[in-house]
Design a protein around this ligand. Sequence first.
Ligand code: ADP
Length: 346
Amino acid sequence: MTEQRKNVLSCIQPTGHMHFGNYFGAVKNWVDLQEKYDCVYGVVDYHAMTMPYNPEKLRQNSWDIILNLVAVGVQPENLFIQSYIPEHTELGWIFNCFTSYGQLTRMTQFKDKSSQVEDKSKDSFISAGLFDYPVLQAADILIYKADYVPVGKDQGQHLELSRNIAQRFNNMVGKEYFVLPETLYTEVPKVMSTADPTRKMSKSAGEKHYINVFGEEARIRKQVKSAVTDAGASTMDVDATTGQREKGAGVQNLFKLLEACGKLDAHQALETKYNEDTLSYGELKGEVAEALVEQSAKFVAKKSELKANKKEIKYKIQQSSAEIRKRAQQTLKEVRQLTGLTNLKL
Ligand code: ADP
């Protein structure tokens, strides 16, 4: 008998570009996991409505991120667009009733994101959706009974909330209905902004705080060149057990990026220089820029091939969403039964 493959789910918001934080923190894992697990990956357009947005742009961004995901190696049959599967929002509502208000108020992502919204005019306000989106996220995950969720470290707290909701639901219905999902982190679960290495690389923080995987080569080089580093190795302490010099956040982030690009020899050589206090940050930045540009060029070339077949890809995603929806519908049918809602028998 063949062992049943475990389920994997993860999602990305269509809020503009895919940056190297998304890629090295999560999406790279999505690609690799497809070999071993049953994977479904969502472009979560309902989530993208939680911050101020433009409707036409949202639709464009959804298709653009689909092309990006396929270009980096995600298989179209594993992809869905969230709003094609309205069962997510139905389960989200049910989960609202299994979520404590107090726990939601402790979500650091809400604090971060709401502080970026100017809550002063009718066009820009902190929406109830932003407050509630971790509950919809729990529905995204649990509706597919996901065993593993490959995300960046920034989503760890939300994953814990999903587990709490699943647990509370299971307690109420008196059986282990929902699987408690586990997070899968990459080697670089938190990529920092090169402009301010004390905060994570992120789209919502503004243009200088993320490096676009599909961006222009000159811009990638410029962003790396102007990366914030610290005063110099000699100012950092030496770790007594390893004999290695500690690194400031900016330098550490650059080393991590180099490693994430698979440039292990260059990483090793520069690390040695760093420990000897002979490393010039110009050299480090040069290697990092080269490595990112090389990664980016491969993906950009693939994306322009895909653009020629955009219609075909759109059709495939509609088909795959319909196929993936069947699983969500089955879960909802069972959940309605378990929670005392009236199931339609037509
Ligand atoms: P953003 O935070 O830029 O709006 P999303 O919320 O769409 O991006 O996140 C998509 C995936 O990318 C999630 O799994 C998230 O954890 C991951 N991710 C986002 N930013 C980073 C980062 N700086 N480092 C590592 N992973 C990240």
